[in-house]
Design a binder for this molecule. Structure first.
Ligand SMILES: Cc1ncc(COP(=O)(O)O)c(C=O)c1O
Length: 480
């Protein structure tokens, strides 16, 4: 590319800043070249020195000419205003769930008797045989080296086998990309599929990471809210109303974080058929597939609606099923072209996932499901205790969740009432008050969509759960 003729783009922004860029036109796109202080010049009242880059390079993520100029204009203006963090990254909010969890942990470490319903992780240790596999891998010099960016071949093959077993979906190992947790799979999937302005329909309440990952990829999250009256399950009519010519992806998450809602096989098929009829991609997050209760089955939309053809991306990981949140292994399963493109991206961003973790994940997915069955017995008991305890509080409505390990309580009736000496107007204010007055950590609905709700994880010990719900009952029960 460096042999291409150089071009110069000049323009003036609304703010009166003039900018001049030197770059190349490559396949119809303008790539600004920044290699010296004079290749990017900016004149304004607060003229500053342009950033000096070490190497002569062309941006690998080159946007179309017009956007490139606009983005650069913002950059130039930012230099003039002295902004240190890019607009794209400063627009990202801290993960509210991690923030609540770390605040609760910090208070606990300071000796406070905090009970946290904030955690998004099983409170069980990783099963021994998985830990042993990791120890053996750590001792094997073969795993001290870089490995293929898309994942260890034996793990990709085992994930393909496991996907057929659990989702009924036949995939080739080449379609599997092993990622640093399901979170990276979420990010890479959106980054691979979305162009600027493409819309993604997200059933709401949603897991807090989705909209941020969509925006980071240049997409637009379009929320479709389903409240407690419909058990937090969206309908096809609602999806249809959200459809526009820019809709590219439907996100489908069942069981759901944060609501614990699970779509029936019939609902899943109906939604899948609708998406197929509109030519949409479906990105389905199956990370809670093994955590369903009351005999409610998990249904993979990929299998329920084969009409989707090759427009399906499955996200999954070992975190929730095998109590392996800290090991950071997830994956995406996508059509070959998408998997290849995501692997290219990953090869530059993070390379391979830590081999020791991958070998632990291999033992997990090849092994039995005994550990998750044991956890499920405990989660089920706690789920019942929590839902009963919450519904016994006047002003709180909590539909029974059938999956994951979260209860999603509707507290709208409490807002505006006097509790703890003040009248919280939002669930964020209420959650802050609850933490302050009762030392119980809950995540407010604002992290997942509209205000008016609280998410409570029941992945904590039975005694702590009873104590925490008791404190909530005493505190919220006194609302006037
Ligand atoms: C719905 C959902 N998807 C994906 C993830 C990602 O999990 P991890 O990155 O720990 O594998 C989580 C974690 O909380 C989740 O709740």
């Amino acid at each position: 590319m460096s042999n291409l003729p150089s071009r110069v783009a000049e323009f003036q922004t609304d703010a009166g800043l003039e900018a001049r860029f030197q770059g190349v036109i490559h396949h119809g796109v303008f790539a600004p070249r920044v290699h010296s202080t004079h290749s990017l010049s900016c004149s304004s009242n607060q003229d500053r020195q342009a950033p000096k880059l070490e190497r002569d390079e062309v941006s690998p993520l080159t946007p179309p000419f017009e956007e490139s100029v606009l983005m650069s204009a913002e950059l130039t203006a930012d230099h003039a205003t002295g902004r240190r963090i890019s607009a794209r990254i400063s627009a990202i909010a801290e993960s509210a769930t991690l923030a609540v969890d770390s605040k609760a942990k910090a208070l606990k470490a300071a000796g406070r008797p905090v009970i946290s319903f904030g955690a998004g992780e099983p409170d069980f240790p990783t099963p021994d045989y998985i830990v042993e596999a990791a120890i053996a891998a750590a001792r094997n010099p073969k795993f001290h080296r870089y490995s293929p960016a898309a994942g260890l071949p034996e793990l990709r093959a085992a994930i393909a086998v496991k996907t057929l077993r659990d989702s009924g979906y036949a995939v080739d190992p080449a379609q599997v990309v092993v990622t640093n947790g399901g979170k990276q799979a979420v990010y890479e999937s959106f980054a691979t599929l979305l162009d600027p302005g493409d819309e993604v329909i997200i059933p709401t309440p949603y897991w807090t990471t989705y909209p941020e990952a969509i925006r980071l990829a240049g997409g637009v999250p379009v929320e479709v809210f389903a409240g407690p009256a419909q058990n937090y399950l969206v309908t096809v009519d609602q999806l249809e109303a959200a459809l526009t010519p820019r809709t590219k992806i439907l996100l489908f998450v069942s069981p759901s974080n944060p609501t614990g809602a699970v779509y029936s096989p019939e609902q899943t098929r109906e939604i899948g058929l609708w998406a197929a009829s509109k030519g949409l991609w479906v990105l389905t997050d199956e990370i809670y597939e093994h955590l369903t209760y009351d005999g409610v089955p998990f249904t993979s939309i990929a299998t329920a609606a084969p009409e989707l053809g090759d427009r399906v991306v499955i996200l999954n990981g070992v975190a929730k099923t095998y109590a392996m949140t800290g090991w950071r292994v997830g994956w995406m399963i996508a059509p070959l072209d998408v998997a290849k493109a995501a692997t290219n991206m990953q090869s530059h961003a993070t390379s391979n996932v830590a081999n020791v973790s991958q070998m632990a994940a291999l033992a997990a997915v090849q092994g039995p499901l005994d550990a998750v069955d044991t956890m499920k017995v405990a989660f089920d008991r706690r789920r019942k205790a929590m839902v009963a305890g919450l519904n016994a509080i006047e002003g709180v409505v909590c539909p029974t969740p059938h999956g994951a390990f979260y209860a999603y309580a509707d507290v709208r009736a409490l807002l505006g009432r006097e509790v703890g000496g003040i009248r919280p107007a939002t669930s964020a204010e209420l959650a802050a008050l609850i933490l302050e007055k009762t030392e119980v950590a809950v995540v407010p609905g604002e992290a997942f969509g509209p205000s008016g709700y609280l998410r409570l994880s029941y992945a904590l010990g039975d005694d702590d759960l009873a104590t925490g719900v008791g404190r909530l009952a005493e505190f919220l029960g006194a609302a006037k």
